[in-house]
Design a protein around this ligand. Structure first.
Ligand SMILES: Cc1cc2nc3c(=O)[nH]c(=O)nc-3n(C[C@H](O)[C@H](O)[C@H](O)COP(=O)(O)OP(=O)(O)OC[C@H]3O[C@@H](n4cnc5c(N)ncnc54)[C@H](O)[C@@H]3O)c2cc1C
Length: 390
């Protein structure tokens, strides 16, 4: 049974109504009973636990903010954030699967899809009968996706898609892919590509030291004929993929703190129990410094995402504010994971405790959805008005 005690030093739970706490409890309970008992084993074997998908869908983890008429849970962004936080307390890779499904696959179909596309795909995606992935990054275009080479040409009632995407979460098992590619005018558009379309393959990426319980792969398009009815009609240009990333980054800002909270809680419990030189190591100032600083950073991060949720619910959260929160949460979580690992000494490197897994996972989280440095540049540009990207 999990001994986890969620840190809440500034009594933030008092600011959150009962409904949200119930949502959190249901995800927490599931993480404790279904995810934690198996996650270490799957991560060690570098395998994605697919059997979790139906229950994740039942919990409403896929597209929680999508309206109920399309199969979503119709929840707001505070609920979404809380759910991602609990999920990532379990594992960043499992949270990634939910983020991709909800923010990067369901969101673009909901925001930019035709009514027919919404009715056709969203209920099945929400129910986990269909799983999706999001193809933006390419081998030569990561932080600068606008330079993408993947493109399609007109061919009557179809388009012909060519190119490749890399580092795509869920690719090896996804039934559909939201693919961002350049149209004949050189403008970026989104397409729904289905597994089984001729010329479309999804080779798996192996030998990752990070997000090992999440499946990552490539998307390869070799003259794939995609019906024009699969193009998302509602958006053209980089605004499409960037707005999806905005949704996902918001979830990460909450989620990474979940991993940090688990590391802190584990380290605190261990430090109280582990004795050296005749007393618990929690009684030494150096260990107290680590624990006190961890909790300070967690508390600051909690306040930041809590306020961000209000702004997001009001439609006022700017992409730059979301960048700041994503960057801050992940950087804090990584630092906390490294400090917590030291508190556990040698035990910290084993799979007996979750810390090393969180730490390695966070090395991906700090890079994907915009790297640590790219988010800094977004903040820099926002406050100075000067673009330092190129
Ligand atoms: C496990 C995992 C899962 C992923 N899942 C997905 C997915 O589902 N879909 C998807 O599309 N992508 C996905 N990605 C890709 C991810 O979004 C990219 O890795 C990320 O955008 C960075 O691109 P890159 O790796 O090519 O690094 P690069 O862009 O090559 O950057 C390398 C370094 O240079 C720095 N840099 C780049 N430009 C500048 C600049 N102008 N000024 C200063 N520094 C700069 C970066 O900050 C970074 O430190 C995933 C990645 C990982 C690791």
């Amino acid at each position: 049974m999990s001994q986890y005690r969620s840190p809440d030093y500034y009594l933030l739970d008092e600011l959150i109504s009962e409904d949200y706490l119930l949502i959190r409890d249901s995800v927490r309970q599931w993480v404790n009973t279904q995810l934690l008992p198996i996650i270490e084993d799957y991560a060690q074997r570098a395998e994605f636990p697919r059997q979790l998908l139906p229950n994740m869908a039942r919990l409403g983890l896929f597209g929680p903010t999508v309206p109920e008429e399309y199969g979503g849970a119709g929840l707001d962004y505070l609920a979404y954030g809380i759910m991602m936080q609990e999920l990532e307390r379990g594992d960043s890779g499992i949270r990634s699967t939910a983020s991709v499904q909800g923010s990067l696959v369901m969101y673009p179909i909901y925001a930019y899809g035709s009514e027919e596309q919404k009715r056709n795909y969203l209920p099945k995606l929400a129910g986990g009968q269909l799983m999706g992935c999001f193809g933006l990054t390419e081998p030569d275009h990561g932080s600068n996706p606008a330079g993408m080479l993947t493109n399609f040409k007109d061919d009557g009632d179809h388009v012909v898609l060519n190119g490749s995407k890399m580092w795509i979460s869920n690719a090896p098992f996804a039934d559909i892919a939201i693919v961002w590619a350049k149209n004949p005018d050189g403008k970026v558009q989104g397409l729904i590509v289905e597994r089984g379309m001729e010329g479309f393959s999804t080779p798996e990426t192996h030998n990752k030291w990070s997000l090992r319980a999440s499946a990552t792969g490539e998307l390869v398009f070799d003259n794939v004929r995609v019906p024009k009815s699969h193009i998302l009609p509602g958006v053209t240009g980089m605004r499409g993929p960037l707005s999806c990333l905005n949704q996902a980054r918001y979830g990460i800002a909450w989620g990474a703190l979940g991993a940090a909270m688990d590391c802190y809680d584990t380290a605190l419990r261990y430090a109280r129990e582990r004795e050296q030189f005749g007393k618990p190591i929690a009684g030494f100032q150096l260990q107290q410094k680590k624990l006190a600083e961890m909790l300070t950073e967690i508390t600051k991060g909690q306040l930041l995402v809590w306020r961000l949720a209000t702004l997001k619910n009001e439609g006022r959260a700017t992409p730059a504010q979301i960048s700041m929160a994503k960057r801050n949460s992940v950087a804090s979580a990584l630092h906390i994971a490294r400090e917590a690992r030291q508190v556990l000494g040698a035990m910290g490197i084993t799979g007996e405790y979750p810390i090393m897994r969180h730490m390695m996972n966070l090395e991906s989280v700090v890079t994907y959805e915009g790297t640590h440095d790219i988010h800094l540049l977004i903040t820099g540009m926002d406050i100075t008005g000067i673009n330092a990207f190129s």
